[in-house]
Design a protein around this ligand. Structure first.
Ligand SMILES: Cc1cc2nc3c(=O)[nH]c(=O)nc-3n(C[C@H](O)[C@H](O)[C@H](O)COP(=O)(O)O)c2cc1C
Length: 211
Protein backbone atom coordinates (compact mmCIF):
# COMPACT_ATOMS: atom_id res chain seq x y z
CA UNK A 1 0.00 0.00 0.00
CA UNK A 2 1.23 3.50 -0.71
CA UNK A 3 1.30 5.93 2.15
CA UNK A 4 -1.88 7.99 2.44
CA UNK A 5 -1.69 11.76 2.19
CA UNK A 6 -4.20 13.74 4.18
CA UNK A 7 -7.52 13.09 2.38
CA UNK A 8 -9.46 15.90 4.09
CA UNK A 9 -6.89 18.46 2.94
CA UNK A 10 -6.88 17.05 -0.57
CA UNK A 11 -10.66 17.21 -0.91
CA UNK A 12 -10.69 20.70 0.58
CA UNK A 13 -8.19 21.72 -2.11
CA UNK A 14 -10.31 20.21 -4.88
CA UNK A 15 -13.33 22.16 -3.74
CA UNK A 16 -11.36 25.34 -3.12
CA UNK A 17 -10.10 25.46 -6.74
CA UNK A 18 -11.83 28.26 -8.64
CA UNK A 19 -11.77 29.75 -12.11
CA UNK A 20 -10.46 33.27 -11.49
CA UNK A 21 -11.18 36.33 -13.60
CA UNK A 22 -11.50 39.27 -11.21
CA UNK A 23 -9.24 38.55 -8.24
CA UNK A 24 -5.75 38.73 -9.77
CA UNK A 25 -3.34 41.13 -8.03
CA UNK A 26 -0.87 41.25 -10.95
CA UNK A 27 2.02 40.77 -8.53
CA UNK A 28 5.17 39.23 -9.95
CA UNK A 29 5.19 35.44 -9.97
CA UNK A 30 8.49 33.81 -9.06
CA UNK A 31 10.18 31.42 -11.50
CA UNK A 32 10.46 28.78 -8.78
CA UNK A 33 6.75 28.70 -8.17
CA UNK A 34 6.10 28.62 -11.93
CA UNK A 35 8.52 25.69 -12.26
CA UNK A 36 6.65 23.76 -9.57
CA UNK A 37 3.33 24.35 -11.33
CA UNK A 38 4.73 23.29 -14.68
CA UNK A 39 6.27 20.24 -13.02
CA UNK A 40 2.85 19.28 -11.68
CA UNK A 41 1.32 19.71 -15.14
CA UNK A 42 4.08 17.66 -16.73
CA UNK A 43 3.46 14.85 -14.20
CA UNK A 44 -0.04 14.28 -15.60
CA UNK A 45 -1.09 10.96 -17.07
CA UNK A 46 -1.15 10.85 -20.87
CA UNK A 47 -2.32 8.32 -23.41
CA UNK A 48 0.59 6.02 -24.31
CA UNK A 49 2.80 8.31 -22.19
CA UNK A 50 2.74 10.58 -25.23
CA UNK A 51 3.03 13.81 -23.15
CA UNK A 52 1.52 15.76 -26.04
CA UNK A 53 1.60 19.13 -24.25
CA UNK A 54 3.77 22.24 -24.51
CA UNK A 55 3.54 25.32 -22.31
CA UNK A 56 4.12 28.84 -23.59
CA UNK A 57 4.77 31.37 -20.82
CA UNK A 58 3.65 34.85 -21.84
CA UNK A 59 4.59 37.96 -19.90
CA UNK A 60 4.82 40.42 -22.80
CA UNK A 61 2.31 43.26 -22.54
CA UNK A 62 1.80 43.72 -26.29
CA UNK A 63 1.04 40.02 -26.81
CA UNK A 64 -1.43 40.06 -23.97
CA UNK A 65 -3.09 43.25 -25.25
CA UNK A 66 -3.49 41.72 -28.71
CA UNK A 67 -5.01 38.56 -27.26
CA UNK A 68 -7.34 40.55 -25.03
CA UNK A 69 -8.61 42.50 -28.04
CA UNK A 70 -9.30 39.27 -29.92
CA UNK A 71 -11.13 37.81 -26.91
CA UNK A 72 -13.25 40.96 -26.67
CA UNK A 73 -14.33 40.53 -30.27
CA UNK A 74 -15.16 36.83 -29.70
CA UNK A 75 -17.14 37.89 -26.65
CA UNK A 76 -19.21 40.13 -28.96
CA UNK A 77 -19.71 37.22 -31.37
CA UNK A 78 -21.08 35.06 -28.55
CA UNK A 79 -23.15 37.90 -27.15
CA UNK A 80 -24.83 38.35 -30.54
CA UNK A 81 -26.15 34.78 -30.26
CA UNK A 82 -27.98 35.64 -27.03
CA UNK A 83 -31.27 37.39 -26.44
CA UNK A 84 -33.35 38.80 -23.61
CA UNK A 85 -32.49 37.81 -20.07
CA UNK A 86 -29.52 35.62 -21.08
CA UNK A 87 -27.99 38.54 -22.95
CA UNK A 88 -28.43 40.82 -19.94
CA UNK A 89 -26.93 38.24 -17.62
CA UNK A 90 -23.94 37.68 -19.88
CA UNK A 91 -23.32 41.41 -20.20
CA UNK A 92 -22.37 41.50 -16.50
CA UNK A 93 -20.06 38.49 -16.59
CA UNK A 94 -16.28 38.90 -16.77
CA UNK A 95 -14.74 36.21 -18.97
CA UNK A 96 -11.01 36.84 -18.62
CA UNK A 97 -8.26 38.41 -16.54
CA UNK A 98 -5.62 38.46 -19.29
CA UNK A 99 -3.95 41.73 -18.34
CA UNK A 100 -4.66 41.67 -14.60
CA UNK A 101 -3.01 38.25 -14.12
CA UNK A 102 0.74 38.01 -13.61
CA UNK A 103 1.21 36.01 -16.77
CA UNK A 104 -0.47 34.02 -19.50
CA UNK A 105 0.19 30.34 -20.04
CA UNK A 106 -0.88 28.76 -23.31
CA UNK A 107 -1.11 24.99 -23.25
CA UNK A 108 -0.97 23.22 -26.59
CA UNK A 109 -1.63 19.75 -28.00
CA UNK A 110 0.74 18.09 -30.46
CA UNK A 111 -0.90 14.96 -31.86
CA UNK A 112 2.37 13.89 -33.55
CA UNK A 113 4.08 13.28 -30.20
CA UNK A 114 4.71 9.55 -29.93
CA UNK A 115 2.82 8.96 -33.19
CA UNK A 116 1.94 7.01 -35.24
CA UNK A 117 1.42 4.18 -32.75
CA UNK A 118 0.27 5.95 -29.60
CA UNK A 119 -0.71 3.17 -27.23
CA UNK A 120 -4.39 3.64 -26.41
CA UNK A 121 -5.23 6.22 -29.07
CA UNK A 122 -5.90 4.00 -32.08
CA UNK A 123 -9.69 3.99 -31.53
CA UNK A 124 -10.17 7.31 -29.73
CA UNK A 125 -8.28 10.16 -31.36
CA UNK A 126 -9.38 12.62 -28.65
CA UNK A 127 -7.48 10.69 -25.98
CA UNK A 128 -4.50 12.93 -26.76
CA UNK A 129 -6.58 16.02 -26.09
CA UNK A 130 -7.90 14.49 -22.85
CA UNK A 131 -4.28 14.13 -21.73
CA UNK A 132 -3.61 17.84 -22.20
CA UNK A 133 -6.69 18.68 -20.14
CA UNK A 134 -5.38 16.48 -17.32
CA UNK A 135 -2.10 18.42 -17.37
CA UNK A 136 -4.12 21.62 -17.07
CA UNK A 137 -6.12 20.29 -14.14
CA UNK A 138 -2.90 19.20 -12.38
CA UNK A 139 -1.54 22.71 -12.79
CA UNK A 140 -4.84 24.23 -11.65
CA UNK A 141 -4.82 22.21 -8.43
CA UNK A 142 -1.13 22.89 -7.82
CA UNK A 143 -1.76 26.62 -8.25
CA UNK A 144 -4.62 26.39 -5.76
CA UNK A 145 -2.33 24.64 -3.29
CA UNK A 146 0.18 27.48 -3.72
CA UNK A 147 -2.50 30.10 -3.07
CA UNK A 148 -2.45 31.21 -6.73
CA UNK A 149 -5.32 31.66 -9.17
CA UNK A 150 -5.95 30.27 -12.66
CA UNK A 151 -8.51 31.43 -15.20
CA UNK A 152 -9.16 29.43 -18.35
CA UNK A 153 -9.92 31.53 -21.43
CA UNK A 154 -11.45 29.82 -24.46
CA UNK A 155 -13.01 32.80 -26.25
CA UNK A 156 -10.55 32.64 -29.16
CA UNK A 157 -10.03 31.19 -32.60
CA UNK A 158 -7.21 28.68 -32.68
CA UNK A 159 -5.72 30.20 -35.85
CA UNK A 160 -5.51 33.62 -34.23
CA UNK A 161 -3.53 32.26 -31.30
CA UNK A 162 -1.34 30.17 -33.61
CA UNK A 163 -0.39 33.27 -35.53
CA UNK A 164 0.08 35.43 -32.45
CA UNK A 165 2.45 32.96 -30.80
CA UNK A 166 4.05 31.28 -33.83
CA UNK A 167 2.51 27.91 -33.01
CA UNK A 168 2.98 25.37 -35.85
CA UNK A 169 -0.13 24.63 -37.95
CA UNK A 170 -0.44 21.04 -36.74
CA UNK A 171 -0.34 22.00 -33.03
CA UNK A 172 -3.61 22.96 -31.30
CA UNK A 173 -3.76 25.64 -28.63
CA UNK A 174 -6.01 24.11 -25.96
CA UNK A 175 -6.13 26.90 -23.39
CA UNK A 176 -4.93 30.36 -22.50
CA UNK A 177 -4.58 30.29 -18.73
CA UNK A 178 -4.40 33.51 -16.75
CA UNK A 179 -2.14 32.81 -13.80
CA UNK A 180 -0.87 34.56 -10.72
CA UNK A 181 -1.39 35.70 -7.14
CA UNK A 182 -4.96 36.56 -6.18
CA UNK A 183 -6.59 38.50 -3.35
CA UNK A 184 -8.77 35.47 -2.56
CA UNK A 185 -10.69 32.60 -4.17
CA UNK A 186 -14.46 32.95 -4.21
CA UNK A 187 -16.40 30.20 -2.42
CA UNK A 188 -18.73 29.60 -5.40
CA UNK A 189 -18.14 29.78 -9.17
CA UNK A 190 -18.77 33.20 -10.63
CA UNK A 191 -21.25 31.76 -13.14
CA UNK A 192 -23.25 30.35 -10.23
CA UNK A 193 -23.12 33.59 -8.22
CA UNK A 194 -24.40 35.44 -11.29
CA UNK A 195 -27.14 32.88 -11.92
CA UNK A 196 -25.84 31.90 -15.36
CA UNK A 197 -25.61 28.22 -14.43
CA UNK A 198 -25.40 26.06 -11.36
CA UNK A 199 -23.53 22.94 -10.34
CA UNK A 200 -25.81 19.93 -10.69
CA UNK A 201 -26.37 17.65 -7.72
CA UNK A 202 -24.00 14.68 -7.82
CA UNK A 203 -26.95 12.28 -7.71
CA UNK A 204 -28.17 13.66 -11.07
CA UNK A 205 -25.02 12.57 -12.87
CA UNK A 206 -24.23 9.22 -11.27
CA UNK A 207 -25.85 6.21 -12.92
CA UNK A 208 -25.53 2.65 -11.75
CA UNK A 209 -24.71 -0.27 -14.04
CA UNK A 210 -26.35 1.26 -17.15
CA UNK A 211 -27.10 4.71 -18.58
C1 LIG B 1 -12.59 24.05 -21.17
C2 LIG B 1 -12.91 25.25 -20.33
C3 LIG B 1 -13.03 26.50 -20.93
C4 LIG B 1 -13.35 27.62 -20.15
N1 LIG B 1 -13.40 28.86 -20.75
C5 LIG B 1 -13.66 29.95 -20.00
C6 LIG B 1 -13.66 31.25 -20.58
O1 LIG B 1 -13.38 31.46 -21.75
N2 LIG B 1 -13.94 32.30 -19.78
C7 LIG B 1 -14.24 32.14 -18.46
O2 LIG B 1 -14.51 33.13 -17.78
N3 LIG B 1 -14.24 30.91 -17.88
C8 LIG B 1 -13.94 29.84 -18.61
N4 LIG B 1 -13.91 28.60 -18.03
C9 LIG B 1 -14.18 28.47 -16.58
C10 LIG B 1 -15.57 27.95 -16.28
O3 LIG B 1 -16.53 28.94 -16.52
C11 LIG B 1 -15.59 27.49 -14.82
O4 LIG B 1 -14.71 26.42 -14.67
C12 LIG B 1 -16.97 27.08 -14.36
O5 LIG B 1 -17.85 28.18 -14.36
C13 LIG B 1 -16.95 26.48 -12.96
O6 LIG B 1 -16.33 27.35 -12.07
P1 LIG B 1 -15.09 26.91 -11.20
O7 LIG B 1 -14.00 26.50 -12.14
O8 LIG B 1 -14.71 28.13 -10.40
O9 LIG B 1 -15.52 25.76 -10.33
C14 LIG B 1 -13.58 27.47 -18.77
C15 LIG B 1 -13.45 26.22 -18.17
C16 LIG B 1 -13.12 25.12 -18.93
C17 LIG B 1 -12.96 23.78 -18.25
Amino acid sequence: MTEALSPPEFYELVHRRRDVRGQFTGREMGEESLERLLGAAHAAPSVGLSQPWDFIVIRDGATRAAFKEHVASERETFMAELAGERKELFAGIKIEGIEEASLGLVVTYDSSRGAPHVLGRHAIAEAGLYSVCLAIENLWLAATAEGLGVGWVSFYREDFLRQLLGIPAEVRPVAWLCLGPVTHLEPVPDLEARRWAERRPLADVVRRERW
